[in-house]
Design a protein around this ligand. Structure first.
Ligand SMILES: [Zn+2]
Length: 445
């Protein structure tokens, strides 16, 4: 097949381009999601990647590559645990200004928002593109970046610092190529994506802050496989359960109720719950704590539990079952031993609530995304995950998550040896795909 001019450009830049074999009957996705290759979306996608200004933006990224790597390292080395994203946010705001955005603000929750105005008189709706500032790592983690060949190794370097660096490079490349979009673009470094953050950045952005009601479409850049388009929002409910009792001496008060036995009973019962595979449901006891000494009946023990499903209904069901189990375990312990000095109680506190839902592949945004993927000889693989897009998806806003890089070019996310590869020709291809996906949606009327 004829290579689009962009790919010729990349081939000249040293990228290894394989001529695509005729597509061998790809797994049949829903018919509506795959218009004939000559659909309006496909024509728009091909025209976009062939456009001189688009190619100029990709060349600008290529030329600017060392700066992309430098900023990726700089941001990675600023710790950003949940609720402590401030320092990294300030650096990101400064870098957004240096990248050429005049209108950069930080909202009350800590989200950094850079607005790139659309073409004067342009009427397309605004598009927000976000990467998250926070990492899962505690404050004292060694976040210095080590290099091994083209690999950068450090906690958080891929998830999602690479997304942040990509946003900055994109702002510069759009500026260098003089690209004007028909509507405004928002470039956002947001807080609160990881565990305890519970999407607080997105909640504020979409439900409380100055941009509430003003973001009609949204793309999150997160994850490390750009074959995947995450349009399914994996919902979760997270609980902290605290079992309390009167406590006492392990010998002297033997025979009195013990909250540890209630906790153990609850864990054992939860482990036996059978859940559907389709739609998938999961449960986990992720953290167990409590007690004061080996020879004391504890007065307090606890656990943290994570329940997940893409189906809001199944999630509600497993949550209801979980609460019954807690009640039963408490009742069982109070029946099994003496309550002379008090009974065992359990407090169930909701500590995480991520909504679920799906952006349909039939929306204009995802039809365009699928066409852009085809223009890059890729088939969009619709994916389900828990990302910042969960929140807008649950509000019915067309939202989805794309990745900053190719599959197998990064890994070990959430571990101390997390890595991301910055081999330039591949990174340039990854950049051009992300840019085409974003511009493809931004140019929709
Ligand atoms: Zn992430």
């Amino acid at each position: 097949m004829k290579l689009p001019p962009l790919l010729i450009l990349l081939a000249l830049a040293g990228a290894v381009i394989r001529a695509a074999a005729p597509a061998a009957s790809p797994a049949a996705p829903p018919a509506a999601a795959v218009p004939a290759p000559d659909s309006a979306e496909d024509r728009r996608a091909r025209e976009l990647v062939a456009r001189p200004a688009f190619q100029a933006a990709v060349r600008a990224y290529d030329r600017d590559f060392e700066r992309f790597v430098r900023e990726l390292i700089l941001l990675t080395e600023i710790p950003a645990p949940p609720f402590k994203e401030k320092a990294r946010g300030e650096a990101f705001a400064r870098l957004l200004r240096e990248a050429g955005l005049a209108d950069v603000t930080t909202d009350a929750e800590g989200n950094v928002i850079g607005r790139r105005p659309g073409r004067p008189g342009g009427t397309a709706p605004l598009l927000a593109v976000a990467a998250h500032l926070d990492t899962v790592f505690p404050e004292d983690t060694d976040v210095r970046v080590k290099r091994s060949g083209t690999r950068l190794i450090a906690p958080g370097v891929g998830d999602d610092t690479r997304g942040l660096a990509l946003l900055l490079a994109m702002v510069r490349a759009l500026g260098a190529a003089g690209i004007e979009t028909p509507g405004d673009l928002l470039f956002i470094g947001n807080v609160g994506e990881e565990g305890p953050g519970d999407l607080r950045g997105m909640r504020y952005l979409f439900q409380r802050g100055p941009w509430q009601g003003r973001i009609p479409r949204f793309i999150s850049i997160d994850g490390s496989n750009n074959d995947l388009i995450t349009n399914g929002a994996l919902g979760s409910l997270r609980y902290r359960v605290t079992f309390k009792g009167p406590g006492g001496h392990s010998w002297g008060a033997f025979g009195q109720v013990n909250p540890a036995f209630a906790l153990g009973g609850a864990i054992a019962a939860l482990g036996k719950v059978v859940v559907p595979r389709q739609p998938k449901v999961s449960y986990n006891v992720g953290l167990v704590s409590g007690g004061t000494s080996v020879n004391s009946i504890p007065f307090e023990v606890g656990m943290e539990v994570d329940l997940r499903s893409v189906s809001p209904e199944e999630l509600r069901k497993v949550a209801a079952r979980f609460k019954e189990i807690i009640e039963a375990a408490v009742a069982e312990e109070n029946a099994a031993r003496a309550t002379t000095f008090g009974r065992v109680t359990a407090e169930v506190k909701l500590i995480g609530d991520r909504p679920s839902g799906t952006t349909s592949p039939d929306t204009p945004e995802l039809l365009q995304v699928a066409a852009v993927m085809r223009a890059f000889d890729k088939v969009a693989v619709w994916n389900i995950s828990s990302t910042d897009s969960n929140l807008p998806i649950s509000l019915g806003i067309p939202a989805f998550t794309i990745s900053s890089q190719s599959a197998r070019r990064g890994g070990r996310s959430h571990s101390l040896d997390e890595w991301t590869d910055v081999e330039q020709p591949t990174a340039v291809q990854d950049f051009s795909l992300a840019l085409a996906l974003i511009l493809g949606v931004a140019e929709l009327p």
